[in-house]
Design a binder for this molecule. Structure first.
Ligand code: PEP
Ligand code: MG
Length: 753
């Protein structure tokens, strides 16, 4: 049986198109099992029916003609329950549905096996026999195994639009589901990017003339550096400063000791340049691989990309010039930041990547450039999309391939509406963030993740609500000293003064380890991270706090925020240390002042002790990113469980309610600095909860302000009351969407239809 199974699977793989693959399956399975009929029904969700797509045993003209409503008959039962139906006599079953002209009448034995991909039922594989006898266990397992393989081929055909064309050429197009990475609607022609040079394929070879190889290598590095400089220049003005900094990061990486010197050393030790480069990149990637942090992992992808670019130069002398369509939808298994930057901005209509998450560089860049993007589109048939007409719905993370004229017309209308809507948002610049009944909700900026000279949103924000200090620690090869840190913090404080700047103490560990401070743990998110590390290493904590206090001298706009607090002891120790640092500095003659100190509420323990924590500090800041992952036990970086990660889950809302109530009881202010704060849908809820401010990425400031200025606090409270009664995140979302539509701001989170 195994050999037969392999043979059929191979034949399915080799089939040029889905209908050919299905023809192979029905013929071969019928024969292998010795059944009288084998058929495949595929589900057409648009028409809510299962369509007979291939058969061996029923009249050939029933293909495409026999259609069964979604939940009817034995096929509907197998699909609906996503379970096997194995009957000795189908005719006697209550669900049996006699279909005239289907030719099924003489058959009694029935086996229906659902074809499932990623929990979605794509169709049903059906076997029939004349005799009234159930199918044997090994026959059933054979069909189940095959159905799993078939699911992948069907999913691919769905992705390329082939299935929709086979099922119903005139119907609205099927779409592929991914993660919404950058809002907007992009329409254009698929342009597939793929690895230009395959580092893994480079063989080992000795260097015939090491010095000549060194010269070639240096030339290739210089060539790539020039490419980057050209791209940076081309992008100048269209990118935010923080995104522009990516180019500097690439250049630094390209010209770093570990990249250049290590490769040259390998060449001088006898390897040819390409082999030496491969080994250097592999070493660097191994280092990045040991790290779980998404930002650092992205840097790993950058190293691989740079390695490929240098290899391409070594192999061919110069990078080829691509011929981009006028409206390019950039498509790839993994689209790199350099590949995005290479497309002339006016031609770039959208970005679609099979891999990636909302926090990957491709998403950050796309948002920065205002290019609609969908990432993590798992069923994306990358190799078939070159030259295809495509639509990227960056609001929902959907991708349409070869859309029907109706769908295309609808999206053209939405794109036009969106252009008008963006112009309206711009008009909010400089206006106060105030509800219609006069309640001010200051909006602060989250910053610190990327090197930035002058963060975007400076003029729009009330200050910095969260300055993450991890980056200055990550980009070095040792802990930065007090003076280095002081200069760094001073720059941020001075940029925003007199507005407050909340600087968070080091939150490394867990998913953000430092390259020079390796921590190997089997469960890092529950391990040594944030305050746990700095509490165990007072010298690191004291240095950082001293640097912050000194940086604020004369400006006095510093607030200190403590991450990952789980217990009162951690907080008390940290507060003692801050007091001690302040006393010491004053004794040393520095004019430092004790700043307001706050705690992050980002683990469930802190929610339940929000009252006792609030008593000890000046303010609470809710980190909904971690709070959601810890409350729901869903790794915030794991694409496999991404669908379960829900910041609007009723449990998260109740936690927020508990925190705001506790803070109010102690007269303390609460801010929210997780991603939820920048989600316009959540704004009414956060207003209703009575949070005092929100802190978010620059791109969200105007969107959130738009909601604040369109709603009253009374209405927000009423919405919150209803949201708190919801039992599911979906119910909360629907409620909030309706509320946004009602105030005419539905376009903030989805195209207006
Ligand atoms: C959070 O957890 O919500 C937060 C703001 O911190 P970070 O994303 O840096 O973990
Ligand atoms: Mg956090």
């Amino acid at each position: 049986m195994l050999a037969t199974l392999r043979r059929i699977i191979d034949a399915v793989d080799r089939a040029p198109a889905l209908d050919a693959a299905l023809a192979v399956v029905v013929r071969e399975v019928k024969q292998a099992i010795g059944a009288d009929v084998c058929s495949v029904y595929l589900t057409d969700a648009n028409r809510r029916e299962h369509v007979l797509m291939a058969t061996d045993g029923l009249p050939p003209d029933s293909v495409g003609r026999v259609r069964i409503s979604l939940h009817r008959g034995l096929i509907g039962r197998a699909a609906e329950r996503a379970d096997i139906v194995n009957l000795d006599d189908a005719h006697t079953h209550a669900c049996y549905l006699a279909i005239t002209d289907s030719g099924e009448e003489p058959f009694h034995g029935f086996l229906g096996v659902p074809i499932i991909q990623h929990r979605r039922v794509l169709g049903v594989l059906v076997l029939r026999r004349r005799m009234a006898r159930r199918f044997e266990d090994d026959e059933v397992t054979f069909v189940v195994t095959l159905a799993v393989q078939l699911a992948a081929a069907i999913a691919l055909a769905r992705g390329s639009g082939e299935l929709a064309r086979l099922q119903q050429p005139g119907l609205p197009s099927h779409f592929l589901e991914g993660i919404a990475a950058a809002p907007g609607v992009g329409m254009g022609t698929g342009f597939v990017v793929y690895a230009p040079a395959d580092l893994d394929a480079v063989p080992d070879k000795p260097a015939a003339d090491p010095e000549a190889e060194v010269r070639d290598f240096r030339g290739a590095v210089a060539g790539v550096a020039e490419d980057i400089a050209r791209l940076a220049e081309r992008m100048g003005g269209t990118l935010r400063d923080e995104d522009q900094a990516l180019f500097d990061a690439w250049r630094l990486m390209l010209e770093s000791e570990s990249f250049v010197a290590d490769t040259i050393q390998r060449i001088r030790a006898g390897s040819w340049a390409q082999g030496a480069l491969r080994a250097t990149v592999a070493d660097l990637l191994a280092e990045f691989d040991r790290v779980d942090d998404p930002y650092l992992r992205e840097r790993g992808a950058d190293v691989r990309d740079l390695g490929r670019q240098v290899l391409l130069r070594l192999q061919h002398g110069a990078a080829p010039q691509a011929d981009y369509p006028a409206q390019t939808v950039l498509v790839g298994d993994e689209v790199s930041a350099m590949e995005i930057a290479a497309v002339p901005r006016p031609s770039l209509a959208g970005i679609v990547s099979r891999r990636g998450s909302a926090s990957s560089h491709v998403a950050i860049l796309a948002r920065g450039m205002g290019v609609p993007a969908a990432v993590g589109v798992l069923e994306l048939p990358v190799s078939r999309l070159e030259g295809c007409s495509m639509i990227v719905d960056g609001y929902r993370g959907r991708v349409y391939v070869e859309p029907s004229p109706t769908v295309a017309a609808e999206y053209r209308r939405l794109a036009a509406e969106e252009r008008a809507f963006s112009a309206e948002l711009e008009a909010l610049r400089g206006l106060p963030s105030e509800t219609t009944d006069g309640f001010a909700l200051p909006l602060y900026l989250n910053t610190g993740l990327v090197v930035e000279q002058r963060p975007l949103g400076i003029d729009e924000s009330a200050g910095v609500g969260l300055y993450r200090t991890e980056l200055p620690f990550m980009v070095r090869d040792r802990f930065p000293g007090e003076e280095t840190q002081r200069r760094h913090y001073r720059q941020v404080l001075a940029t925003f003064a007199p507005r407050p700047v909340t600087i968070r103490t080091l939150d490394v560990g867990g998913d953000k380890p430092l390259p020079y401070f390796p921590v190997h743990e089997s469960n890092p998110f529950l391990g040594w991270r944030g305050i746990r590390i700095t509490r165990d290493h007072p010298e690191i904590f004291m240095t950082q706090v001293r640097a912050m206090l000194r940086a604020a001298v004369g400006l006095d706009n510093l607030q200190i925020l403590l991450p990952m607090i789980t217990s009162v002891d951690e907080l008390d120790d940290a507060l003692d240390s801050i007091q001690r640092a302040c006393d010491e500095l004053q004794e040393e003659g520095h004019a430092v002042r004790l700043p307001p100190v706050g705690v992050m509420i980002e683990v469930p323990a802190a929610v339940y002790q929000a009252d006792v924590l609030a008593r000890r500090v000046s303010f609470l800041s809710v980190g909904t990113n971690d709070l959601t992952q810890y409350l729901l036990a869903v790794d915030r970086n794991n694409a496999r469980v991404a669908a379960l990660y829900d910041e609007l889950h009723p449990a998260v809302l109740r936690a927020l309610k508990q925190v705001t109530d506790a803070a109010r009881a102690h007269g303390r202010e609460v801010t929210v600095c997780g991603e939820l704060a920048g989600d316009p849908r959540a704004t009414p809820l956060l207003l209703g909860l009575g949070v005092h401010s929100l802190s978010m990425g620059a791109g969200s400031l105007l969107r959130v302000k738009g909601v604040v200025r369109s709603i009253s606090r009374t209405r927000a409270r009423e919405l919150l009351g209803r949201a708190l009664l919801c039992e599911r995140g979906a119910c909360v979302r629907a409620l909030l969407m309706d509320a946004l539509e009602e105030i005419g701001l539905g376009g903030l989170v989805r195209p207006g239809r």
